[in-house]
Design a protein around this ligand. Sequence first.
Ligand code: HEC
Ligand code: HEC
Ligand code: HEC
Ligand code: HEC
Length: 206
Amino acid sequence: MSRQNYIFLLSCIFIFMLFSCKHGEGEYHSLTDKIEEKSKDYHGIPVSSEPYIDDLKTVEITEGEHTFLIPERKSQITSYACTECHSKPLEQMKGSDFKKAHWDIGLVHANKVTMNCATCHNGNNMDNLQSLTGNSIDFNRSYKLCSQCHSQQFEDWKGGAHGKNIGGWADPRAAMTCVNCHNPHKPHIESRWPSRFNTQKVKERE
Ligand code: HEC
Ligand code: HEC
Ligand code: HEC
Ligand code: HEC
């Protein structure tokens, strides 16, 4: 075989291999098909948030174009149902005949002119929260209360930029709700020093 023919033959084999490789990927019609198929079983772990939210009681909410799950709250609130005590209007439960209840709740949120207990609680319907316009809001959907004044964080939260998704971005989407992280009565989150390895202490020990 001449040198040119030999090179030609090698090139043919090379080109053939190139195409046959491509051919192996042909099972997928498009790249998105391939990603979808391959991510069905990621390292043996199916890509789903279900393993993370299995033990969690959740409620589904739809806000605008976003539908997702948030943790249920009522079963987590120690003094719920409120009507176990609040069986009559608040005015009738106050006064010297009654012990002071909820002494452990100090309101450290907005200033006293802007906010008091009645901004969020309705003395005549204690088992529900109350909007600024007097509409009742379920305790499981307390984010609706917060969103009245914190619309920026609410918008970010819906999109997933504020707060935290449970089980990452996998479907079904589940996200912590405002009161999972913020105490509504004292919502500011203190900044903390990052934990670090204390080299000074290690030196002292030596
Ligand atoms: C163990 C009984 C009991 C339970 C349960 C209870 N409350 Fe009360 N609460 C009281 C009493 C008694 C008062 C009135 C005396 C006072 O103001 O401390 C009161 C007062 C209040 C007030 C008015 C406080 C003020 O200073 O004006 C609010 C708001 C309130 N409760 C909210 C709630 C909510 C919300 C729940 C349920 C999540 C709840 N309570 C459950 C006994 C209870
Ligand atoms: C900014 C709105 C807001 C204000 C103001 C507010 N609350 Fe609440 N409160 C809430 C929300 C929301 C919850 C439910 C929190 C949750 O899901 O854990 C709650 C829960 C409670 C509970 C049940 C707590 C428990 O763990 O058992 C009591 C009692 C209560 N509030 C009383 C009061 C009293 C008394 C005041 C006034 C001093 C007050 N709240 C002011 C929003 C508010
Ligand atoms: C009636 C209006 C109103 C409602 C309802 C309300 N907030 Fe606020 N919130 C305020 C105001 C006013 C401040 C003080 C803002 C400031 O100091 O810059 C504040 C402060 C805060 C802060 C602290 C910001 C900081 O300094 O770090 C957080 C967090 C917060 N709110 C969360 C919530 C959550 C969660 C809810 C729902 C349970 C809620 N708020 C409901 C008006 C409201
Ligand atoms: C997973 C926990 C988490 C959830 C859920 C969450 N937040 Fe926050 N939020 C934080 C933390 C942490 C900060 C403090 C950020 C900082 O200091 O930089 C914060 C800060 C804030 C502030 C202060 C202003 C700011 O942006 O720093 C407001 C107001 C607030 N959150 C409101 C809300 C509301 C309203 C919701 C629900 C719609 C919500 N948050 C849900 C963790 C959470």
